[in-house]
Design a binder for this molecule. Structure first.
Ligand code: UFG
Length: 337
């Protein structure tokens, strides 16, 4: 299938492009390079032997998008493009609402114009807000998000559901990611954050190579076994496979369908630090700090629905992810150029 991948040079997008190529699909990439590097395209080619068609466009630019659709005629879209930093979204809410909503609306209008009826959307477990209990099921209430970034994901889910109700030929598969970590085992593709990493794994990896002094652990007084926050960390290679599996949901019944993509297992910050040390034979110095505002104690997925309906299950372990993240950091100390 020919599939437009918006944000296809990003951390999850690029890994998904690789997975699509290995499954016999033809990805076409649209990316404005806001949070990705052009060098990723060459690395995809090195790993797959295929250089996908690439359009350096802003997905909110309807004219550019229409030109792409005219030329490529994709049968489906996987929509990753969007801003994703929680903290930044609190200080720049309007920028987040404009960008994340406008890209999606332009995309949906263009899809309608060109008769493209399939979309897979990159959503987040953040739409569940503060969990009342775990694991989180797809049927749990959405909304009451804790930041503008999360709210854009929740709003886009609602837009997709409404669009599916109004246009009976449209299918939207909404994928709620838990915490993606790891990298391609080759060390050629991985997470390349700008500036100081917000997320735990890239921070640990930068401490491991001496780029940062020590890790700051945000709170050890949560109601968890060791007091640190618990999350459902999923290897990015598994997450990418989840998108290939999700394409199955485009066949058959039309409408909006939601799936969690996680492992169903929770790992604490300290457990992740120790797993990283063990997998890589390095020491990660850390200090305990106050809790980070907006963080929840425990968050992990129910993964039953994805298994039942898509036959999908994450395969890789925390150790695999620790090894691959370190390998990527070692090979790309200054990120992808
Ligand atoms: N943490 C630290 N130190 C750090 C960074 C994180 O102790 O330097 C802790 C956090 O307090 C938390 C855990 O590590 O307990 C994971 O934090 P991340 O920032 O890596 O991930 P979050 O769970 O906060 O957020 C992630 C994504 C969001 C998404 C959310 C959905 O980054 O985009 O999951 O649940 F919205």
């Amino acid at each position: 299938m020919k599939i437009l991948v918006t944000g296809g040079l990003g951390f999850i997008g690029s890994e998904t492009v690789l997975a699509l190529i290995s499954s016999g699909h033809t990805p076409v990439i649209a990316d404005n390079l806001y949070n990705s590097k052009i060098g990723v395209l060459g690395r995809i080619e090195t790993l797959s032997g295929v250089r996908p068609a690439f359009y350096r466009i802003d997905v909110s630019d309807k004219k550019a998008l229409a030109d792409l659709f005219e030329k490529e005629r994709p049968e489906a879209v996987i929509h990753f493009a969007g801003y994703k930093a929680v903290g930044e979204s609190v200080s720049k809410p309007i920028m987040y609402y404009r960008n994340n909503l406008m890209t999606t609306l332009s995309l949906l209008e263009t899809m309608e114009e060109f008769g493209c009826e399939n979309i897979v959307f990159s959503s987040s477990a953040t739409v569940y807000g503060t969990p009342k209990r775990v694991p989180l099921y797809e049927t749990d209430k959405r909304g009451e998000t804790t930041n503008p970034y999360g709210e854009t994901k929740s709003m886009i889910e609602r837009i997709l559901e409404d669009a599916c109700k109004a246009f009976s030929s449209l299918t939207a598969v909404i994928l709620r990611y838990f915490n993606p970590i790891g990298a391609h085992p080759s060390g050629l593709l991985g997470e390349d954050p700008r500036g100081i990493p917000n997320n735990l794994m890239p921070y640990i990896a930068q401490v491991a190579i001496g780029k940062r002094d020590k890790l700051h652990i945000f709170g050890n007084d949560y109601d968890t076994a060791d007091g640190t926050g618990v999350r459902d960390y999923i290897h990015v290679v598994d997450l990418a496979e989840g998108h290939v599996a999700a394409l199955k949901a485009l066949d058959g019944k039309k409408g909006a369908k939601v799936f969690n993509l996680g492992t169903g297992r929770g790992t604490s910050v300290l457990e992740l630090v120790h797993a990283f040390e063990k997998a890589n034979g390095v020491k990660i110095p850390y200090v305990i700090e106050d809790r980070r505002p907006g963080d929840v104690a425990v968050n992990y997925a129910s993964v039953e629905k994805a298994y039942r309906e898509l036959g999908y299950k994450a395969r890789l372990t925390i150790e695999d992810a620790c090894r691959d993240s370190y390998n990527f950091q070692l090979k790309n100390p200054d990120g992808i150029i």
